[in-house]
Write a protein that binds this ligand. Structure first.
Ligand SMILES: *Cc1c(COP(=O)(O)O)cnc(C)c1O
Length: 373
Protein backbone atom coordinates (compact mmCIF):
# COMPACT_ATOMS: atom_id res chain seq x y z
CA UNK A 1 0.00 0.00 0.00
CA UNK A 2 1.42 3.34 -0.97
CA UNK A 3 0.55 6.65 0.60
CA UNK A 4 2.18 8.62 -2.18
CA UNK A 5 3.93 7.36 -5.27
CA UNK A 6 5.75 8.40 -8.38
CA UNK A 7 4.73 5.91 -10.99
CA UNK A 8 7.05 5.52 -13.96
CA UNK A 9 5.84 3.76 -17.06
CA UNK A 10 9.04 2.35 -18.49
CA UNK A 11 7.27 1.09 -21.60
CA UNK A 12 6.32 4.69 -22.35
CA UNK A 13 10.01 5.63 -22.23
CA UNK A 14 10.89 2.68 -24.44
CA UNK A 15 8.16 3.52 -26.94
CA UNK A 16 8.97 7.24 -27.00
CA UNK A 17 12.58 6.41 -27.74
CA UNK A 18 11.56 3.98 -30.48
CA UNK A 19 9.45 6.74 -32.02
CA UNK A 20 12.30 9.24 -31.82
CA UNK A 21 14.60 6.70 -33.37
CA UNK A 22 12.21 6.32 -36.29
CA UNK A 23 12.50 10.06 -36.93
CA UNK A 24 16.23 10.03 -37.58
CA UNK A 25 18.95 8.01 -39.21
CA UNK A 26 21.42 9.26 -36.61
CA UNK A 27 22.26 7.31 -33.48
CA UNK A 28 20.13 8.21 -30.48
CA UNK A 29 21.63 9.10 -27.12
CA UNK A 30 19.13 9.43 -24.30
CA UNK A 31 20.01 11.86 -21.52
CA UNK A 32 19.46 10.20 -18.14
CA UNK A 33 21.13 12.88 -16.03
CA UNK A 34 19.48 14.16 -12.85
CA UNK A 35 18.19 10.70 -11.99
CA UNK A 36 16.72 10.27 -15.44
CA UNK A 37 14.86 13.60 -15.22
CA UNK A 38 13.35 12.23 -12.02
CA UNK A 39 12.35 8.90 -13.56
CA UNK A 40 15.28 6.89 -12.19
CA UNK A 41 18.77 6.84 -13.71
CA UNK A 42 19.22 3.12 -14.25
CA UNK A 43 15.62 2.07 -15.03
CA UNK A 44 15.19 4.98 -17.44
CA UNK A 45 18.51 4.11 -19.05
CA UNK A 46 17.52 0.50 -19.53
CA UNK A 47 14.13 1.48 -20.95
CA UNK A 48 15.84 3.88 -23.38
CA UNK A 49 18.20 1.14 -24.55
CA UNK A 50 15.22 -1.20 -24.96
CA UNK A 51 13.69 1.44 -27.23
CA UNK A 52 16.74 1.49 -29.47
CA UNK A 53 18.94 4.17 -27.96
CA UNK A 54 22.56 3.24 -28.54
CA UNK A 55 24.02 5.80 -26.13
CA UNK A 56 23.20 7.19 -22.71
CA UNK A 57 24.21 10.67 -21.66
CA UNK A 58 24.78 12.02 -18.16
CA UNK A 59 26.11 15.19 -16.64
CA UNK A 60 28.40 13.91 -13.92
CA UNK A 61 31.10 11.27 -13.67
CA UNK A 62 29.25 9.80 -10.69
CA UNK A 63 26.13 9.27 -12.76
CA UNK A 64 28.17 7.50 -15.44
CA UNK A 65 29.89 5.25 -12.91
CA UNK A 66 26.53 4.44 -11.32
CA UNK A 67 25.29 3.20 -14.69
CA UNK A 68 28.37 1.02 -15.07
CA UNK A 69 28.06 -0.35 -11.53
CA UNK A 70 24.48 -1.29 -12.37
CA UNK A 71 25.81 -3.34 -15.26
CA UNK A 72 24.91 -1.00 -18.10
CA UNK A 73 27.44 -1.74 -20.85
CA UNK A 74 26.18 0.68 -23.48
CA UNK A 75 28.28 3.67 -24.51
CA UNK A 76 27.92 6.50 -22.00
CA UNK A 77 28.94 10.13 -22.40
CA UNK A 78 29.48 12.33 -19.31
CA UNK A 79 29.78 16.04 -20.04
CA UNK A 80 29.97 18.04 -16.83
CA UNK A 81 33.48 17.63 -15.50
CA UNK A 82 35.19 20.09 -13.20
CA UNK A 83 38.95 19.82 -12.62
CA UNK A 84 40.27 17.34 -10.09
CA UNK A 85 37.85 14.45 -10.54
CA UNK A 86 39.00 10.79 -10.49
CA UNK A 87 38.79 10.68 -14.28
CA UNK A 88 40.85 7.47 -14.41
CA UNK A 89 37.79 5.71 -12.99
CA UNK A 90 35.77 6.98 -15.91
CA UNK A 91 38.46 5.97 -18.39
CA UNK A 92 38.76 2.52 -16.82
CA UNK A 93 34.98 2.13 -17.04
CA UNK A 94 35.04 3.04 -20.73
CA UNK A 95 33.04 6.25 -20.25
CA UNK A 96 33.26 8.90 -22.97
CA UNK A 97 34.25 12.17 -21.38
CA UNK A 98 33.41 15.62 -22.65
CA UNK A 99 36.28 18.09 -22.66
CA UNK A 100 36.22 21.83 -23.30
CA UNK A 101 39.59 22.96 -21.92
CA UNK A 102 43.24 22.14 -22.48
CA UNK A 103 43.44 21.62 -18.72
CA UNK A 104 40.93 18.81 -18.92
CA UNK A 105 42.77 17.28 -21.90
CA UNK A 106 45.90 17.22 -19.71
CA UNK A 107 43.96 15.57 -16.91
CA UNK A 108 42.57 13.03 -19.36
CA UNK A 109 46.07 12.18 -20.56
CA UNK A 110 47.13 11.56 -16.95
CA UNK A 111 43.94 9.58 -16.30
CA UNK A 112 44.54 7.42 -19.37
CA UNK A 113 48.08 6.59 -18.26
CA UNK A 114 46.80 5.70 -14.80
CA UNK A 115 43.97 3.59 -16.20
CA UNK A 116 46.29 1.90 -18.69
CA UNK A 117 44.06 2.60 -21.65
CA UNK A 118 43.34 5.60 -23.90
CA UNK A 119 40.65 8.01 -22.77
CA UNK A 120 37.65 8.34 -25.06
CA UNK A 121 37.14 12.06 -25.45
CA UNK A 122 34.39 14.15 -26.96
CA UNK A 123 35.51 17.73 -27.53
CA UNK A 124 32.89 20.31 -26.71
CA UNK A 125 32.60 23.52 -28.68
CA UNK A 126 30.57 26.52 -27.52
CA UNK A 127 28.75 27.76 -30.61
CA UNK A 128 26.67 30.40 -28.88
CA UNK A 129 25.02 29.02 -25.75
CA UNK A 130 27.83 30.47 -23.64
CA UNK A 131 27.57 27.66 -21.12
CA UNK A 132 29.77 24.56 -21.45
CA UNK A 133 32.23 24.27 -24.32
CA UNK A 134 35.22 26.20 -25.58
CA UNK A 135 34.54 29.55 -27.23
CA UNK A 136 35.76 29.99 -30.80
CA UNK A 137 38.89 31.89 -29.78
CA UNK A 138 39.93 28.83 -27.75
CA UNK A 139 39.22 26.24 -30.43
CA UNK A 140 42.71 26.19 -31.97
CA UNK A 141 44.46 25.63 -28.63
CA UNK A 142 41.92 23.02 -27.53
CA UNK A 143 42.03 21.15 -30.84
CA UNK A 144 45.80 21.29 -30.93
CA UNK A 145 46.13 19.80 -27.45
CA UNK A 146 43.53 17.13 -28.27
CA UNK A 147 45.32 16.26 -31.52
CA UNK A 148 48.64 16.05 -29.71
CA UNK A 149 47.25 13.80 -26.99
CA UNK A 150 45.65 11.65 -29.64
CA UNK A 151 48.90 11.36 -31.57
CA UNK A 152 50.60 10.32 -28.32
CA UNK A 153 48.08 7.49 -27.94
CA UNK A 154 46.67 8.79 -24.66
CA UNK A 155 43.30 9.88 -25.92
CA UNK A 156 40.98 9.02 -28.74
CA UNK A 157 38.85 11.92 -29.98
CA UNK A 158 35.64 10.06 -30.63
CA UNK A 159 33.32 13.04 -30.87
CA UNK A 160 33.04 16.77 -31.36
CA UNK A 161 29.82 18.34 -30.15
CA UNK A 162 27.91 21.41 -29.15
CA UNK A 163 24.54 22.39 -27.68
CA UNK A 164 21.73 24.68 -28.84
CA UNK A 165 20.42 27.65 -26.88
CA UNK A 166 17.01 28.07 -28.54
CA UNK A 167 16.13 24.86 -30.37
CA UNK A 168 12.82 24.89 -28.48
CA UNK A 169 11.89 28.06 -30.38
CA UNK A 170 11.71 26.75 -33.95
CA UNK A 171 12.87 29.39 -36.40
CA UNK A 172 14.98 31.25 -33.85
CA UNK A 173 17.85 32.85 -35.74
CA UNK A 174 20.44 31.47 -33.32
CA UNK A 175 19.78 27.91 -34.50
CA UNK A 176 21.21 28.44 -37.97
CA UNK A 177 23.99 30.58 -36.55
CA UNK A 178 25.01 27.88 -34.06
CA UNK A 179 24.80 25.14 -36.68
CA UNK A 180 27.02 27.13 -39.05
CA UNK A 181 29.51 27.81 -36.24
CA UNK A 182 29.53 24.11 -35.40
CA UNK A 183 30.34 23.19 -39.00
CA UNK A 184 33.17 25.73 -38.91
CA UNK A 185 34.45 24.08 -35.74
CA UNK A 186 34.34 20.66 -37.39
CA UNK A 187 36.23 21.99 -40.41
CA UNK A 188 38.84 23.50 -38.11
CA UNK A 189 39.11 20.19 -36.22
CA UNK A 190 39.85 18.45 -39.52
CA UNK A 191 42.80 20.76 -40.10
CA UNK A 192 44.25 19.39 -36.86
CA UNK A 193 43.69 15.85 -38.06
CA UNK A 194 40.62 15.37 -35.87
CA UNK A 195 37.92 13.47 -37.79
CA UNK A 196 35.40 12.41 -35.15
CA UNK A 197 32.96 9.63 -35.87
CA UNK A 198 30.36 11.36 -33.71
CA UNK A 199 29.43 14.94 -34.55
CA UNK A 200 26.41 16.06 -32.57
CA UNK A 201 24.47 19.15 -31.57
CA UNK A 202 20.77 18.21 -31.56
CA UNK A 203 18.67 17.95 -28.38
CA UNK A 204 15.03 16.78 -28.29
CA UNK A 205 13.74 19.99 -29.84
CA UNK A 206 16.20 19.87 -32.72
CA UNK A 207 15.56 16.16 -33.18
CA UNK A 208 11.85 16.90 -33.57
CA UNK A 209 12.09 20.02 -35.72
CA UNK A 210 15.44 20.21 -37.53
CA UNK A 211 16.58 17.04 -39.32
CA UNK A 212 19.54 18.96 -40.77
CA UNK A 213 21.01 19.13 -37.26
CA UNK A 214 20.98 15.39 -36.59
CA UNK A 215 24.44 14.64 -37.99
CA UNK A 216 25.82 11.42 -36.46
CA UNK A 217 23.97 11.41 -33.15
CA UNK A 218 21.07 13.16 -31.46
CA UNK A 219 20.86 13.71 -27.72
CA UNK A 220 17.27 13.35 -26.58
CA UNK A 221 16.20 14.03 -23.04
CA UNK A 222 12.75 15.37 -22.31
CA UNK A 223 11.09 13.75 -25.33
CA UNK A 224 12.19 10.31 -24.15
CA UNK A 225 10.19 10.91 -20.99
CA UNK A 226 7.16 11.73 -23.10
CA UNK A 227 7.15 15.47 -22.69
CA UNK A 228 7.49 17.97 -25.47
CA UNK A 229 10.24 20.58 -25.43
CA UNK A 230 8.01 22.78 -27.54
CA UNK A 231 4.90 24.26 -25.95
CA UNK A 232 1.65 23.33 -27.62
CA UNK A 233 3.01 20.31 -29.52
CA UNK A 234 2.96 16.73 -28.27
CA UNK A 235 4.49 14.85 -31.25
CA UNK A 236 2.59 11.77 -30.13
CA UNK A 237 4.81 11.38 -27.08
CA UNK A 238 3.49 9.63 -23.99
CA UNK A 239 4.34 11.06 -20.54
CA UNK A 240 5.95 8.37 -18.41
CA UNK A 241 5.56 9.85 -14.94
CA UNK A 242 2.51 10.01 -12.69
CA UNK A 243 2.67 11.67 -9.27
CA UNK A 244 -0.16 10.87 -6.91
CA UNK A 245 -1.11 10.26 -3.30
CA UNK A 246 -3.99 9.00 -1.25
CA UNK A 247 -6.10 11.59 0.49
CA UNK A 248 -5.21 11.54 4.16
CA UNK A 249 -8.11 13.52 5.50
CA UNK A 250 -11.22 15.15 4.07
CA UNK A 251 -13.23 17.68 6.02
CA UNK A 252 -16.20 19.90 5.52
CA UNK A 253 -15.54 23.55 6.38
CA UNK A 254 -17.69 26.68 6.20
CA UNK A 255 -17.28 29.67 3.90
CA UNK A 256 -14.67 32.18 4.97
CA UNK A 257 -12.22 29.60 6.33
CA UNK A 258 -8.53 30.41 5.92
CA UNK A 259 -6.42 27.49 4.68
CA UNK A 260 -2.78 26.44 5.24
CA UNK A 261 0.18 28.54 6.47
CA UNK A 262 -0.39 32.24 6.23
CA UNK A 263 -4.10 31.67 5.61
CA UNK A 264 -3.51 32.98 2.09
CA UNK A 265 -6.54 31.09 0.78
CA UNK A 266 -10.08 31.59 2.02
CA UNK A 267 -12.96 29.28 1.19
CA UNK A 268 -15.65 31.07 -0.82
CA UNK A 269 -18.47 28.83 0.38
CA UNK A 270 -18.99 25.71 2.41
CA UNK A 271 -16.67 23.17 0.88
CA UNK A 272 -14.65 20.01 1.36
CA UNK A 273 -10.92 20.26 1.93
CA UNK A 274 -8.82 17.21 1.10
CA UNK A 275 -5.39 16.90 2.68
CA UNK A 276 -2.93 15.23 0.31
CA UNK A 277 0.41 13.95 1.66
CA UNK A 278 2.79 15.44 -0.89
CA UNK A 279 4.67 18.68 -0.34
CA UNK A 280 7.76 20.59 -1.33
CA UNK A 281 9.86 18.01 0.49
CA UNK A 282 8.69 15.56 -2.14
CA UNK A 283 9.10 17.73 -5.21
CA UNK A 284 5.90 19.78 -5.31
CA UNK A 285 6.99 23.32 -6.17
CA UNK A 286 6.00 25.84 -3.48
CA UNK A 287 5.06 28.08 -6.38
CA UNK A 288 2.10 25.73 -6.82
CA UNK A 289 0.50 27.40 -3.80
CA UNK A 290 -3.15 28.15 -4.66
CA UNK A 291 -2.33 27.17 -8.25
CA UNK A 292 -1.35 23.53 -8.77
CA UNK A 293 -4.15 21.41 -10.27
CA UNK A 294 -5.02 18.08 -8.65
CA UNK A 295 -7.43 15.44 -9.89
CA UNK A 296 -9.51 13.94 -7.07
CA UNK A 297 -12.54 11.77 -7.70
CA UNK A 298 -14.22 13.15 -10.78
CA UNK A 299 -13.01 16.70 -10.45
CA UNK A 300 -9.87 18.70 -11.06
CA UNK A 301 -9.41 21.06 -8.14
CA UNK A 302 -6.65 23.45 -7.11
CA UNK A 303 -4.29 23.48 -4.21
CA UNK A 304 -5.79 25.73 -1.55
CA UNK A 305 -3.20 28.01 -0.01
CA UNK A 306 0.45 27.28 0.58
CA UNK A 307 2.24 24.09 -0.34
CA UNK A 308 3.75 22.74 2.90
CA UNK A 309 6.81 20.56 3.26
CA UNK A 310 4.86 17.32 3.48
CA UNK A 311 1.35 18.08 2.36
CA UNK A 312 -1.04 20.24 0.43
CA UNK A 313 -4.70 21.03 0.97
CA UNK A 314 -7.02 20.80 -2.00
CA UNK A 315 -10.41 22.55 -2.16
CA UNK A 316 -12.59 19.91 -3.81
CA UNK A 317 -15.94 21.70 -3.41
CA UNK A 318 -18.84 19.28 -3.10
CA UNK A 319 -16.98 16.35 -4.60
CA UNK A 320 -17.61 13.35 -2.31
CA UNK A 321 -13.96 12.77 -1.42
CA UNK A 322 -13.02 10.45 1.43
CA UNK A 323 -9.70 9.44 2.96
CA UNK A 324 -7.95 6.90 0.77
CA UNK A 325 -9.17 8.39 -2.50
CA UNK A 326 -6.41 8.87 -5.03
CA UNK A 327 -5.34 12.46 -5.71
CA UNK A 328 -3.32 12.75 -8.91
CA UNK A 329 -1.07 15.78 -9.34
CA UNK A 330 -0.01 14.92 -12.85
CA UNK A 331 0.19 12.00 -15.24
CA UNK A 332 -0.26 11.20 -18.92
CA UNK A 333 -3.78 12.64 -18.84
CA UNK A 334 -5.66 9.39 -19.59
CA UNK A 335 -8.17 9.83 -16.78
CA UNK A 336 -8.52 13.56 -17.08
CA UNK A 337 -5.69 14.24 -14.65
CA UNK A 338 -3.45 17.27 -15.16
CA UNK A 339 -0.15 16.81 -17.00
CA UNK A 340 3.34 17.99 -16.17
CA UNK A 341 2.69 20.66 -18.81
CA UNK A 342 -0.34 21.86 -16.85
CA UNK A 343 1.81 22.01 -13.73
CA UNK A 344 4.53 23.90 -15.55
CA UNK A 345 1.98 26.45 -16.77
CA UNK A 346 0.45 26.77 -13.29
CA UNK A 347 3.80 27.33 -11.61
CA UNK A 348 5.70 29.39 -14.15
CA UNK A 349 8.27 26.77 -15.03
CA UNK A 350 8.94 24.10 -17.67
CA UNK A 351 7.83 20.47 -17.73
CA UNK A 352 11.50 19.43 -17.33
CA UNK A 353 11.58 20.92 -13.84
CA UNK A 354 8.26 19.44 -12.77
CA UNK A 355 9.32 15.83 -13.35
CA UNK A 356 12.95 16.30 -12.33
CA UNK A 357 11.89 17.66 -8.93
CA UNK A 358 10.53 14.21 -8.10
CA UNK A 359 13.92 12.54 -8.66
CA UNK A 360 15.64 10.97 -5.63
CA UNK A 361 12.60 12.00 -3.68
CA UNK A 362 11.34 10.41 -0.49
CA UNK A 363 8.29 9.33 -2.47
CA UNK A 364 8.64 5.70 -3.53
CA UNK A 365 9.02 5.29 -7.27
CA UNK A 366 7.09 2.40 -8.71
CA UNK A 367 8.02 1.08 -12.11
CA UNK A 368 5.44 -0.39 -14.40
CA UNK A 369 5.62 -1.86 -17.88
CA UNK A 370 7.11 -4.86 -19.56
CA UNK A 371 10.59 -3.35 -19.42
CA UNK A 372 10.30 -3.28 -15.62
CA UNK A 373 9.91 -7.05 -15.37
C1 LIG B 1 20.14 17.68 -20.99
C2 LIG B 1 20.90 17.74 -22.23
C3 LIG B 1 20.37 17.24 -23.43
C4 LIG B 1 18.94 16.80 -23.58
O1 LIG B 1 18.14 17.95 -23.71
P1 LIG B 1 16.56 17.83 -23.95
O2 LIG B 1 16.14 19.22 -24.20
O3 LIG B 1 16.00 17.29 -22.69
O4 LIG B 1 16.39 16.93 -25.10
C5 LIG B 1 21.19 17.19 -24.53
N1 LIG B 1 22.47 17.62 -24.46
C6 LIG B 1 23.00 18.14 -23.33
C7 LIG B 1 24.39 18.62 -23.33
C8 LIG B 1 22.23 18.23 -22.19
O5 LIG B 1 22.76 18.75 -21.08
Amino acid sequence: MWQAEVRVDLDAIRDNVAMLRARTSAEVLVAVKADGYGHGLVPAGRAALAGGATWLGVATLDEALTLRRAGVQAPVLAWLLSPGLPLHEGVAAGIDLGAATTGLIDELVAAARRAGRPARVQVKLDTGLSRGGAVASEWPALLESAAKAQAGGDIEVVGVWSHFACADEPGHESIDRQLAAFHEGLALAATYGIHPTLRHIANSAALLTRPDTHLDLVRAGIAAYGLSPIAGETYGLRPAMTARARVMLAKRVPAGQGVSYGLTYTTERETTLAVVPLGYGDGVPRHASSAGPVRVGGTTARIAGRVCMDQVVVDVGDEPVVPGDVATLFGPGDDGEPTADDWAAATGTINYEIVTRFGSSRVPRHYVGEVAR
